[in-house]
Every structure is written in structure tokens, then in C-alpha cells.
Design a protein. Sequence first.
Length: 277
Amino acid sequence: MKKNLVLIFTVLVCFLNISCLSSLQELSSGLMDLNGGTSVKKVPAYTNEEAVSAMKDALEEGIKFASSSLSQKDAYFKNAAIKILLPEEAKPILGILNKIPGGQSLVDDVVLRLNRTAEEAAKDTVNIFVSAIKQMTVIDGIKIVTGNKDAATEYLREKCYDKLVNLYKPKVNTVLNKPLVMNVSANEAWEKLITNYNKYGKIANTAAKIAGQKEPCPPVTVDLAQYATEKALDGLFTGIAEEEAKIRENPLKYASAMIQKVFNYVKQGITTITVRS
């Protein structure tokens, strides 16, 4: 009797195992059918090549917009955020000019010319930027796509700044070397003024030093052309950074399919997606 019970129990267990296995197979088959007979897996939301392509498209969008908008009349001159003014070190000099009849008009004319020069030079920047974009590596592209909101702008600044200085500075110097009053240019007037200021300031500084006081006339060593060039480039990169921010914030607005795909995923923080194969 005992042996019969053991045999019956063994048969019952085997039957249950077979039934469970059959049920699992049916469930698995059902899941496969629901997925259309495919398996599900996670893959990167975009490839490295797509990231680089998107970044190049975004940079081209940014530089074209910045170059076009900043080359318009008054793009610098009437934009307080990027308008080129004379340096802080010029304040003592400006104080003197303001006491001379027509002096303020001279200052205003130089400022206007500097901003017009920046506007004129902006349209010639595209080729320099495009060259840097073509040299972008996969590593560059990934770092920029997943970097800060101005990562692309900083990439261009690093790769193009010296070449842009070489483009802008001669143009700025041409403006500053143009004769104004009594055939004296802004550069000549600037050099003469800072030379005299530094000469007499040195006497006052020496006296203050002997008296244990702070120097009242810090030396002025500003290269006016270099200063104006740097300010013009600051304005240029400000324009590019603003456009980059717009692309990252609203990628679907742009025509490039790669910009839409990659930056939309980046914006949402999506790094992988589910696919069926």
C-alpha cells in the first residue's frame, strides 16, 4: 500500500511539472506573439556618428545666424549687451576731451566707427568657423552634445579665436588709424594721451608712495586695437551662445533631422531606447 502511494505521488509530481512547463511555454509563446515574434532590447538613443552630425548641423545654424544678424547695421552699436565702448582706462582721457569743444563728438565718432567695423567683420567669419567644424572629431562631438549649454560656443572659441583676431584686428586698426581732427588718428591720439598720462602720473604715484599712500594714477597700458578686437569677438560669441541655447531648448524648431533627434533626446535626458528585433 505504501509503495502504491509513493508511486501515485511521483506520477502526480511529474504530471504537475509537465503541466507547468507547458504553461510557461504557452506564456512565452504568447509574449512572443504580442511582440510580433521579436525580442526586446535597449540600445543607445543615438550613435556617435549621429551626435557629431547633429553637432555640426547645430554649429552651422549658430554661426550663420550670428554672422547674419551681427553684420546688420546697428547690431553692435544699438545693443547695450555687446556695444563696444572705450576702455575703463580711458576715463581720465575722456575727462580731458569732454572739456574741449567738440571733444565728445570725437569720442562718439570713434565709438561708432569701432562698432561699424565689428558689424562689417562679422559677415566674414563663416569660413573660419566652417573650417573648425570640419575638423571636429567624434570625441569632440560627444563632449559638446552632452556638455554645458554653451559647450559648442566654447569649442568654436578655442578653435577659432586666434584666426578671428587676425581677421578683426587689421580692420579695427584701419578705423583707428583714420585721421580725425588735424590729421590725428584715434590711435595716435590714444598713444599720445596715455604716454603723457603715464609720464605725469608716475610723478604723482612716486609722491604718493613716499607718503605711504595708494597710487592715484595707475599706469594705462591698453592696446586700443587689441581691446576693441576682443570686445568685438566677445559680442560675436555672445550671439553664437544665444543661438546654441535656443537649439538645445527647442530642437524640434530646426530643419535638420539630426538636430531634432539628438538634441531632443539630450533635452529629455534619454540615453537609451527600447527596440524590437
